[in-house]
Design a binder for this molecule. Structure first.
Ligand SMILES: C[S@@+](CC[C@H](N)C(=O)[O-])C[C@H]1O[C@@H](n2cnc3c(N)ncnc32)[C@H](O)[C@@H]1O
Length: 301
């Protein structure tokens, strides 16, 4: 019927993240910047989605065993120096760091790791009790009007939340217009985890860029990993085909495309590693189960 969100750090630390009906509660995304505790930041991202409805949910050590397979494939198949790695849809980069640290441990001749996400930051516009989180296109991703936190993907079976959303439609529109006409300013919430920022400050072999897998790019990489983003629950078949073709064209000949999905840290991965040979993708190996994307990749069985 009704679901309150999580709007304070104290609630974030102690409150049940699930309602009595078992659905995830929404959490004010601005709390991400109010703590440096990686576990609490992970909580903030659990139910936060971008404008396309793709969740930012991510975990450290989400697919360590699959990462080991990736390392073995890199060692046995690649001789690029430096080896250029792109992690697509990295959210706040915490699962990128696991692969980055393992690559450093390999002591390759040289490598550069690029974590990427289309929206590495969101903007918070606040006036009185109402605040909205928007992306760089000014799409509203979240509305916070304590104790309510409304996501961009609807209210499910919560009619009171739907009513509150309707009542806030006009105030949200006015607040957005006030921001767009420079009447009020916005605060930036960087969605890059603190360890990513620390590593970028210390080392020049790690960067974090804004990248959308649907946008053609002239950049070339030797390894492209796209985990938990090329999912049929997020995108249509046509969209997935476009993204896969795009990523394939960004791979150097002989390079690896790694893709897969899983639910939480250490859970079984449906994923595969492909190699670009003669412009086609040849499967090298599967994780616990093959990637559901095999139908989009020629040579993937
Ligand atoms: C579920 S998270 C996965 C994060 C991380 N790769 C993991 O497996 O834990 C999906 C990520 O894909 C990103 N994403 C959504 N649309 C995208 C697009 N068009 N191109 C690249 N990434 C996208 C989202 O912003 C989100 O951070």
């Amino acid at each position: 019927m009704i679901q309150f969100g999580i709007t304070t750090l104290c609630q974030l630390k102690t409150a049940n993240l699930y309602s009595r009906m078992g659905s995830r509660r929404h959490i004010d995304i601005s709390l991400y910047n109010q703590t440096d505790d990686p576990k609490l930041q992970e909580r903030v991202l659990l139910n936060f989605a971008g404008s396309s409805g793709v969740y930012r949910r991510t975990y450290a050590h989400r697919f360590d065993r699959f990462d080991e397979q990736i390392l073995r494939s890199i060692v046995s198949q690649l001789s690029f120096d430096p080896c250029l790695v792109l992690d697509v849809g990295a959210s706040d980069g915490r699962s990128s760091l696991n692969l980055y640290h393992s690559l450093r441990g390999l002591k390759l001749g040289g490598f550069h790791f690029t974590a990427s996400d289309p929206q590495p930051r969101v903007l918070i516009v606040k006036r009185g009790r109402l605040s909205i989180a928007i992306d760089s296109s000014a799409d509203v991703l979240q509305i916070v009007w304590p104790p309510f936190v409304l996501g961009c993907c609807g209210d499910g079976y919560r009619p009171i939340n739907a009513l509150v959303r309707r009542a806030l439609r006009e105030p949200v529109r006015r607040l957005l217009n006030a921001y767009l006409s420079y009447e009020c300013s916005a605060r930036t919430v960087s969605l890059q985890c603190p360890e990513c920022r620390a590593i970028m400050a210390e080392h020049n072999d790690f960067s974090f860029i804004s990248f959308d897998m649907f946008e053609p790019s002239k950049r070339r990489y030797d390894v492209i990993r796209a985990m938990n983003v090329l999912n049929a629950s997020y995108f249509t078949t046509t969209e997935i085909k476009i993204a896969v073709d795009n990523l394939r064209s960004m791979l150097n000949e002989g390079g690896l495309l790694v893709t897969g999905r899983n639910t939480g840290p250490g859970s079984p991965v449906s994923g595969s590693i492909y190699q670009k040979v003669g412009g086609m993708m040849r499967k090298l190996c599967d994780a616990d189960a093959p990637s559901p994307l095999r139908h989009y990749l020629n040579g993937g069985k």
